[in-house]
Design a protein around this ligand. Structure first.
Ligand code: PLP
Length: 434
């Protein structure tokens, strides 16, 4: 499979090149040159196939011959080495729990797949210092630090906005590994992302280092997210009534992977892109005007994105057809107030605690059902374990809740982050000296 840059189709790469480069040389996102079509037998057979067999079939065309099948099998087994259960709340609503991985958020699958692929591909690059650089609004940093923990020959530098990530998230970023370097930036997420982007175009750094990105635009992080949707369907019993799937969305990588799986033949009745108050895409679908904005802070912080980088991929998937997109995807913007009410309501009705990101999607699905879709059955993707947002949830429920996962994380050894100014030169000096 070839990938091409969405800025200039003449720029092409195979999976290895796209994985190493992150984005194309013209800063475009890589996009697959064709959409694989799944056979009916493959789709109907999902219910009785293993998750590893399903994953292999889905990933094979994209990875192509850039690695032996046995290596891809090994990477998939490592990537999916935890449960992804579908938890039924009531007759028409189920929750796909994507938070049972090591950092308790859905980004583990993408980050583990990408770090294993990069670790394999970079074995040939031993003569330069390899640095994986990532900016995080919360969950990417932990997943990447975990994914690359003690990977030989690879150093990982994670930038996060000081005081704007939760305690559990911070501990997960500040992993006590000899190759992990957490940096706490005096600024917001956009500042972190800007510094990282500047690093990638800095000539001096490019000559001195082998610098690569671990952000969600990387195809090796984006593509394996298709597996969630296939694994949801594997556990879906009512094959005559495919699910509506509600996805908590920030950078739109996750939902775009779902739309890709649907384009390949996965039965999904409809997609709901659930956003918080950062609602650029909601406005776009209402007005047909795409207006990027500054991100605003909410209680679902991993979705505080004012200019979702993967949205260009969504448009490419729909061949820029606005109406076709509107037919398959409905968007909602859910306020913090509604999110909190939803957490309380779901807890009272089902004795189930959901994190704020999941609650945004649950509220969006609820709104959708109340607009002439009451017969549809839905799946809410649950992207984070509630313990990652414990203070918010405890204040909503008015009581504490225990989670052994939190105790486990807080007991792990960690190293405090280094503080740096919102200043590119400081980052540059740091990268040259580690
Ligand atoms: C990253 C993240 C999201 C948003 O996913 P995108 O692929 O950026 O749309 C949602 N929920 C949680 C918990 C996240 O960490």
């Amino acid at each position: 499979m070839e990938f091409y840059s969405l800025n200039s189709p003449a720029i092409k790469a195979d999976f290895k090149q796209a994985c190493i480069q992150g984005q194309a040389s013209d800063k475009g996102l890589f996009f697959p040159s064709f959409i694989p079509k799944w056979t009916k037998e493959f789709v109907t057979g999902m219910h009785s196939s293993s998750k590893e067999a399903i994953a292999l079939e889905i990933m094979k065309p994209f990875v192509g011959n850039t690695m032996p099948i046995a290596k891809l099998e090994e990477i998939i087994a490592h990537t999916l080495a935890f449960d992804i259960p579908l938890h039924q709340l009531d007759a028409s609503t189920s929750i796909l729990e994507l938070f049972h991985g090591p950092t308790l958020a859905f980004k583990d699958v993408g980050a583990r797949f990408m770090s294993s692929c990069l670790g394999y591909f970079l074995e040939d690059e031993k003569d330069k210092k390899v640095i994986v650089l990532a900016a995080t609004s919360g969950d990417t940093g932990g997943a990447v630090a975990n994914g690359f923990y003690e990977t030989p020959g690879v150093k990982v530098v994670v930038l996060y906005p000081k005081g704007k990530v939760s305690k559990v998230q911070e501990r997960q970023i500040c992993v006590n590994g000899s190759n992990i370097f957490p940096l706490e930036v005096d600024g917001n997420f956009d500042d972190c992302q800007q510094m990282v982007k500047t690093a990638f175009v800095d000539k001096e750094l490019q000559e001195a280092l082998f610098l690569t990105s671990a952000n969600s635009i990387n195809v090796a992080r984006w593509l394996p997210q298709q597996l969630y949707y296939a694994l949801a369907y594997k556990q879906w019993n009512d094959v005559s009534n495919p699910p509506v799937i509600a996805v908590p969305s920030g950078n739109f990588g996750n939902i775009c992977a779902g739309l890709l799986a649907w384009s390949s033949g996965l039965p999904v009745k409809h997609f709901i892109a659930a956003t918080n108050e950062n609602k650029v895409v909601v406005d776009y679908l209402n007005t047909h005007q795409y207006q990027p904005k500054q991100g605003v802070a909410t209680i679902s912080n991993a979705m505080d994105v004012g200019d979702p980088s993967n949205f260009v991929r969504v448009m490419a998937l729909f061949e820029e057809q606005f109406q076709a997109l509107k037919q398959q995807v409905t968007t909602y913007s859910i306020s913090d107030e509604e999110t909190k009410k939803t957490i309380a309501k779901v807890h009272a009705s089902f004795d189930y605690i959901m994190d704020p990101h999941t609650a945004v999607a649950y509220a969006a699905l609820d709104q959708y059902k109340r607009t002439n879709h009451s017969n549809d059955a839905g799946i809410v993707l649950s992207t984070a374990h509630p313990v990652k947002f414990k203070p918010t949830i405890e204040s909503v429920l008015g009581k504490g809740f225990l989670a052994k996962e939190e105790a486990n994380i807080l007991q792990q050894p960690y190293k405090p982050a280094m503080n740096i100014h919102n200043n590119f030169d400081d980052l540059k000096q740091f990268l040259l000296t580690i």
